[in-house]
Design a binder for this molecule. Structure first.
Ligand SMILES: O=C(O)[C@H](O)COP(=O)(O)O
Length: 217
């Protein structure tokens, strides 16, 4: 599930690795998503989220609603949103006017385009602890390359064991994951949108092919 509406979503600003909060609506929508998920009766063995509080708080809200706050929760920078580089904090409408619709959508939706890079990146304790440096910017492809090893190493073995996994992340980090899970082409991913606080339930067979996909609206 993508996190609920953030303050940056509300303001229509590029976010990426900026650690913004949920709005009151974002929290309410995460509660509602949790209540709907509860009706499915799914029992999770683990939950996975990013280092960013909009996803962490959304995950906690969902786990609270489904009465599974007790399960192990794993946090990783690999599930962080794609880093929007020097676009972060900028108003999306304003950037569109400055660079034109085509370039704007290329930065936001194409697989390979890298947004303008940050000149300097302040070291942050959370990434130092993880032994990495915050990147100056990431394309969706770069986000895919750092995210998929986590999926393969930490999530797939548990799924193979028949254990349901909850992943709460971000619009573009989930687009990267969906690309991998559904084997979507580099150009096909342009059209994939992931909505806030709307769980997607995948059912896999033993070869980890998707046998069912359901959106909980
Ligand atoms: O990082 C962001 O700005 C948002 O999470 C999503 O960005 P998008 O609207 O370009 O998908």
């Amino acid at each position: 599930m993508r996190h609920g509406e953030s303050t940056a979503n509300y303001d229509h600003t590029f976010t990426g690795w900026s650690d913004v909060s949920l709005t009151a609506k974002g929290k309410a929508d995460a509660h509602e998503a949790g209540r709907k998920l509860n009706k499915t009766g799914i029992q999770f063995s683990d939950a996975h989220t990013s280092y960013l509080k909009r996803a962490i708080v959304s995950e906690n809200i969902v786990l609270d609603e489904i009465n599974q706050l007790w399960i192990p929760q794993h946090k990783t920078w690999r599930l962080n949103e794609r880093h929007y580089g020097a676009l972060r904090g900028k108003n999306k409408e304003q950037v569109k006017q400055e660079v034109g619709e085509q370039q704007f959508m290329r930065w936001r939706r194409s697989f390979a385009a890298v947004p303008p890079r940050l000149q300097e990146v302040d070291p942050k304790r959370r990434y130092q602890t993880a032994g990495i440096q915050e990147p100056p910017a990431e394309s969706l492809k770069m986000a895919y390359q750092r995210l998929i090893p986590y999926w393969q190493d930490e999530i797939v073995p548990k799924l193979i064991d028949g254990k349901n996994q909850l992943v709460v992340a971000h619009g573009s980090s989930l687009r990267a994951l969906i690309k991998y899970i559904e084997n979507i082409t580099d150009t096909g991913i342009d059209g994939v949108e992931v909505h806030n606080a709307t769980p997607i339930i995948y059912t896999f067979n033993h070869e980890l092919q998707v046998v069912n996909k359901e959106l909980i609206k």
